[in-house]
Design a protein around this ligand. Structure first.
Ligand code: 6CS
Ligand code: FE
Length: 303
């Protein structure tokens, strides 16, 4: 019998039931080997086990300074601030995120193709890659708010139509990340469990979720089962500016607000495998705008 859209295979059914579940990941984490890129066996095994990998000080202080200077220019530019791709904080007019920077700015386009980042993404995903989403998270001192616990893949699957977990983020730290200024927190190993969430996706959900996500985030009992029940830990990814944190699309992560004078700014580049291009959303009436979910799947050029 011919399958219809409603019968499309969905390995990760989320936002469809009123009871959350913890499902096993049904696919590999690392798809390439030591001959497919710069990472050695230990690094590949660490990413496979933990769902993330920190490469310290990949970019020089001068390179970071140039990117930060550009970030400061963009954040102050009234045209950028008025752009729908710029998200401000819920309680202030402070810039929270600037999306699609790999398309709007040549420096970030070059950064997204930098072999120090893109070659690692290709190796881990075992294929050519394209940019699903890019953004800068500014998290300025004192007023930068946090990001509640979530799996990126849950949103990218439900709202953007991303079929499988063959996708990762590379976070380039533009400022030193301390324990106290809202660094990325991850639950190592959580990438192998998919927590389904309850609650239907509202129309134009991204307008609220990019400021403060609620629908699509795991409930407290599921988070407790994931962390306490599965005997996992919460790890703060601190480190010097210029480091790169690669993290799997399904790892459970969050970050706290920043109550210090020290900004915590990162560039996020989301690499999706060209074998995992977007389908129709799995749990939303329509896909999010292009700046949140690219539908041009050109591979990032190799250098
Ligand atoms: O909804 C999204 O696509 C974005 N939101 C968060 C909190 N992380 C992933 C992504 O940038
Ligand atoms: Fe995220």
């Amino acid at each position: 019998m011919a399958t219809t859209d409603t019968m499309r295979q969905d390995a990760y059914p989320t936002r469809v039931s009123d009871t959350p579940e913890l499902l096993e990941r049904t696919e590999p984490v690392v798809r390439g080997g030591v001959d497919d890129g710069p990472l050695g066996q230990d690094a590949l095994e660490a990413f496979d086990r933990d769902g993330y990998l920190v490469l310290p000080e990949v970019f020089s202080a001068d390179e970071v300074a140039a990117i930060r200077a550009r970030l400061d220019e963009l954040s102050a530019d009234p045209t950028v601030r008025a752009d729908e791709r710029t998200i401000t904080e819920l309680e202030s007019e402070e810039v929270r995120s600037i999306f699609e920077i790999h398309k709007s700015d040549p420096r970030f386009a070059k950064l997204s193709a930098d072999p120090r980042v893109a070659d690692v993404a290709r190796q881990l995903l075992g294929s050519d890659v394209y940019i699903h989403q890019s953004r800068i998270n500014v998290k300025p001192g004192f007023v930068g708010k946090g990001f509640w616990w979530h799996s990126d893949f849950e949103t990218w699957h439900a709202e953007d139509g991303m079929p499988r977990m063959r996708c990762l983020s590379a976070s380039i730290t533009l400022t030193d990340n301390y324990p106290h200024n809202g660094p990325l927190m991850v639950v190592p190993g959580s990438h192998r469990t998919f927590i389904t969430t309850v609650g239907q996706t509202p129309e134009d959900h991204y307008k609220a979720s990019l400021k403060k996500q609620e629908v699509g985030t795991p409930d407290h009992d599921s988070l407790t089962e994931l962390i306490v029940g599965q005997d996992r830990e919460i790890r703060q990814l601190t480190g010097k500016a210029g480091s790169v944190v690669f993290f799997d699309c399904n790892i459970m992560h969050a970050s706290s607000e920043n109550q210090t004078p020290f900004p915590r700014s990162n560039v996020f580049l989301v690499y999706n495998s060209v074998e995992n291009t977007l389908d129709e959303p799995f749990a939303a009436s329509k896909r999010r705008p292009e700046f949140a979910a690219a539908t041009s799947f050109e591979p990032v050029p190799r250098s």
